[in-house]
Design a protein around this ligand. Structure first.
Ligand code: F0G
Length: 497
């Protein structure tokens, strides 16, 4: 049987903080016999336990690691060329051919057609931006922005939500929950509201999400639970609550979520005429996107649809930089699944001891305990990846440049552009490389940061940005205040127009 991801068979894997339980190891061997066409599989090569797609799991019951959705490609009618996807567009009156996720159904074949839920996600845009490219230090025509803000809820989350929601429907769930920095909750809420298939319950850290996102969840009618704490607290709590109350969890620990997010890369390739770019640059929060991108490229290569993979750059905000600290500074690697990940556990203990909390204006990625850390390390290995951190100042300047280029984004998204700029300055990314930065969320998600950057009100600037170490707004477009008089207005237009 041929599986979608390269596997190592070494048994020294240590992917969790608890010591190995021998009884669980035996259980793993017992369940490893499942060989359906699509199945869930533990990512730890030493375990590799498999489970039916009918089961609702967010970690391996045998060893506690993350799960993949895997496929027996030898027995599936796997696509042999990309043309099959192009032809789908001719049939776009069919919602599954229209969806930017489900027109790639053959590459995520875990759900029967009748279970699939789509609300028209994935109609996104890849565009060349020479303005932003110049800021980043690239030659003309080389920097591309993949604008995921065009999704129905305004962020990339809808790609994954469509897939997780389809799985929830498959197994007959009536309630679905998530913890969120705002976008996952907006996405879950919109799928519940449009389809009426499930009740959405969202957990958010009190005061930790931007108004744009909170307003979406409230408007779409999700049960919104604000808990005293931040995202990391909400994440730990929702796992407990969902497990105990039998509520379907749609966070990216759910392996079906990441299947949908693979399609972001399929659309990038599609927009590039199926040519593989040199670099994909993506912000890192819970590390679901980066993980799914690595899986997408590993599978496409396995299927012979591409012959090389792009390099991957994952960009943390400096105030929430667990991946940067572990991967870049402490040298933590996947090593074919053989790595000792104990340094991650030690790092989390350090954070607890120092009572260090994630803290960044890029609230979407204000996360210190990324649930997909192990999978992201694997993706970084597949894609010969690098990790960088960027400051609040760098994020906001990059965001202003993205806005000036015409496709606004929220602060977290701009981390990708700020990171690309850093990597070009370091000479890691070449000025002539073909680079795709993922703009993960829409500009209107977080207007506070945008208005504070462009403001003439020094107090507002200081309160929102200065307090976080932002000292200047080099690319601000400041409003001009005038009296309500023709001559003053005309003079302002003459001066600045
Ligand atoms: N960009 C935006 C706009 C996000 O909302 C998120 C994550 C990320 C980047 C990071 O992506 O987790 O795949 O590394 N937002 C989550 C949420 C955590 O709850 O909406 P990641």
């Amino acid at each position: 049987m041929s599986r979608g991801f390269p596997r190592a068979d070494d048994t020294q894997w240590v992917g969790r903080c608890r010591p190995t339980d021998p009884e669980l190891e035996i259980a793993a061997v017992a369940v490893a016999a499942r060989t359906d066409l699509a199945f869930q599989q533990c990512i730890a090569p030493a375990c590799g336990a498999t489970f039916s797609v009918d089961e609702v799991l967010t970690s391996c019951p045998a060893c506690g690691n993350l799960l993949d959705v895997s496929y027996d490609w030898d027995r599936l009618p796997a696509p042999t060329s990309f043309e099959v996807f192009e032809r789908k567009w001719m049939r776009r009156s069919d919602p599954l051919a229209f969806s930017g996720v489900w027109r790639f159904h053959d590459l995520l074949p875990f759900a029967p057609r009748e279970a699939v839920v789509t609300i028209g996600e994935g109609q996104t845009l890849l565009s060349v931006s020479d303005g932003v490219g110049g800021f980043v230090g690239m030659k003309p025509g080389r920097l591309h922005l993949q604008y995921e803000g065009l999704n129905p809820s305004g962020s990339f989350k809808d790609n994954g939500m469509s897939a997780a929601f389809s799985h929830a429907r498959m197994i007959g769930a009536r309630r679905a929950a998530c913890a969120s920095t705002g976008n996952t909750s907006a996405s879950l809420a919109v799928y519940c509201a449009v389809t009426r298939l499930m009740r959405g319950i969202i957990f958010i850290g009190s005061g930790k999400i931007s108004y744009g996102k909170l307003s979406q969840a409230l408007d779409y009618g999700a049960l919104t639970i604000q808990i005293a704490g931040d995202f990391d607290d909400a994440m730990a709590r929702v796992k407990e609550v969902a497990g105990k109350l039998g509520i379907y969890l749609v966070n990216s620990v759910n392996p079906f979520r990441l299947e949908g997010q693979k399609t972001i890369m399929f659309r990038v390739l599609e927009s590039l005429g199926w040519e593989v770019p040199d670099w994909i640059v993506v912000p890192g929060g819970n590390l679901g996107n980066s993980s799914s991108f690595g899986k997408a490229f590993a599978e496409l290569r396995h299927l012979g649809l591409i012959d090389r993979v792009p390099r991957l750059a994952v960009i943390n905000a400096a105030g929430a930089n667990t991946l940067y600290e572990l991967y870049h500074n402490r040298g933590l690697r996947w090593e074919g699944g053989r790595a000792d990940l104990a340094p991650a556990c030690h790092y989390y203990d350090e954070l607890d001891r120092e009572q260090k909390r994630a803290d960044t204006l890029a609230s979407a990625i204000e996360i210190n305990r990324p649930v997909n850390l192990n999978k992201c390390l694997r993706a970084l290995e597949v894609c010969d990846g690098v990790v960088r951190e960027v400051s609040e100042q760098e994020i906001l300047d990059a965001k202003a440049q993205v806005g000036a280029g015409g496709l606004g984004c929220e602060p977290a998204s701009a981390a990708s552009v700020a990171g690309a700029r850093k990597l070009v300055a370091e000479g890691v990314i070449g000025r002539d490389d073909r680079v795709v930065c993922i703009l993960t969320g829409h500009q209107l998600k977080d207007p506070n940061a945008t208005v504070a950057y462009h403001t003439t009100d020094q107090k507002l600037f200081n309160d929102v940005l200065g307090s976080r170490g932002v000292s200047r707004a080099s690319f601000a477009n400041r409003a001009v205040s005038v009296g309500n008089r023709f001559d003053e207005i005309a003079q302002a237009i003459e001066l600045y127009g």
